[in-house]
Write a protein that binds this ligand. Structure first.
Ligand SMILES: Cc1cc2nc3c(=O)[nH]c(=O)nc-3n(C[C@H](O)[C@H](O)[C@H](O)COP(=O)(O)O)c2cc1C
Length: 400
């Protein structure tokens, strides 16, 4: 159990922590000695040092069996552990069975889930160069859905669906099931489920823990006024709407060792009038920082089925920049970042401390190696593949 959330004020100790992170995070103070690249300079988050600022964004694979990782995860995450990224964030991993999006989603709610992820993480550490984080989540009103490749023409609901829950009984979209409004007992149970899953993640060997507080899932749906119409202490003002995610953050922080970095993916904007804005993201990030979080990743959108985001390159960068500037917490951004130059500029111009890429890594699982070549930086590779490094393979220079 955790105590109720007090007024949001940043304690002095958190300011010190934040300042230390900023010093570590500032590309100008921590350039790698063998490169002028800001992207390839190391960054320290709590007691964890990442060799560069490239992050593989969490991406659902819909390939688990009752939440248990499969050989697909071993292959997929093992491959990305040798992508050149400093950190790989494993997909949204749900803290209870009913908190999955689909029947194929990964979980950390049973001993079988934990054992399978322990095997995957040990494999990635043994064969790879990246650190590995988990993204803990609960799907909320977006749960009990079909896998994307099953075809939405069949409807949104999963075969053999289950009841969903959310801050308020408002469906995600017109053809989605109406969730049940959560009781105080639900809130306490899910908060403890996050803490228990965090302890499982520590035992499974993950290097860092991220909480999914974006993309319309349960924790985001508490923060957004579009999905939270509660009139108890968990709704109303932004302070009330943040209360549950902050309680989760506090419970997770208390459940894991002090030096282990904890972060959250948050929303820069809901892209809907009356929804969350960059200013709200600043308040939320500051409150998470006060709870002892080490970084935030600023994403956006997906709070309702109708919400549309701008599909322009780096569309979340302005929100990340605002959060970084106004809070000082180490900040990551994501969203249509595709080229090394683009990623380098974001970090070098101090718009974010780290960049995450999703689809670019699915397209090119050695994106980090190719970025290093483009930016004149060094990157760690497994010894088995050293013969393809630019210094040993003239063909590396012949790319179109
Ligand atoms: C196949 C796929 C699965 C995704 N699953 C997750 C997820 O589990 N958690 C999450 O926070 N975002 C998820 N996302 C969003 C990505 O992490 C990322 O924010 C988004 O794709 C934008 O980045 P990109 O333009 O580099 O792909 C997913 C995206 C894709 C393409």
């Amino acid at each position: 159990m955790v105590a109720a959330i007090p007024m949001i004020a940043r304690p002095a100790q958190s300011c010190v922590i934040a300042k230390q992170i900023c010093q570590h995070a500032n590309p100008s103070t921590s350039k790698s000695p063998n490169s002028m690249s800001a992207l390839f300079s190391p960054i320290r988050l709590a007691d964890l040092t990442l060799s560069n600022r490239i992050v593989v964004s969490p991406m659902c694979q819909y390939s688990a069996n009752d939440g248990v990782a499969s050989d697909w995860h071993l292959t997929h995450l093992g491959m990305l552990a040798n992508s050149g990224a400093g950190l790989v964030v494993a997909e949204m991993t749900d803290v209870e069975r009913r908190g999955r999006i689909s029947h194929g989603c990964l979980g950390l709610y049973s001993d079988d889930c934990e054992a399978a992820l322990e095997r995957v993480v040990a494999h990635c550490h043994r064969i790879g160069t990246a650190k590995i984080a988990v993204q803990l989540a609960h799907s909320g009103r977006k749960g009990s859905a079909r896998m994307p490749w099953e075809g939405r023409e069949l409807g949104t609901a999963a075969p053999d669906p289950w009841p969903t829950m959310a801050p308020s009984a408002i469906p995600f979209g017109a053809d989605w099931a109406t969730p049940r409004a959560m009781t105080i007992e639900d809130i306490e149970r899910i908060r403890e489920a996050f803490a228990a899953a965090a302890q499982r993640a520590v035992r499974a060997g993950f290097d860092a823990i991220e909480m999914h507080m974006a993309h319309g899932y349960l924790l985001h749906s508490f923060v957004s006024p579009l999905s939270n119409r509660r009139n108890d202490e968990y709704g109303g003002t932004l302070e009330g709407r943040m209360r549950f995610p902050l309680e989760v953050a506090r419970a997770v922080r208390a459940a894991v060792p002090e030096g282990m970095p904890i972060g959250a993916r948050i929303t820069g904007t809901d892209w809907v009038d009356g929804g969350l804005t960059g200013d709200d993201a600043v308040v939320f990030a500051g409150a998470l920082q006060a709870e002892g979080l080490d970084y935030v990743d600023v994403s956006s959108g997906a709070i309702t089925a109708e919400a549309q985001r701008a599909p322009t390159p780096g569309f979340n960068v302005p929100f990340a920049e605002q959060v970084k500037r106004e809070t000082g917490i180490a900040t990551r951004t994501v969203g249509l970042i595709a080229t090394p130059k683009q990623a380098e500029a974001i970090v070098a111009e101090d718009k974010a401390d780290m960049v995450a890429l999703g689809r670019a890594f699915l397209d090119d699982p050695h994106w980090g190696w190719h970025a290093a070549l483009a930016l004149g930086a060094d990157v760690a590779r497994p010894k088995q593949y050293l013969r393809a490094a630019p210094k040993m393979w003239p063909g590396a220079a012949y790319r179109d």
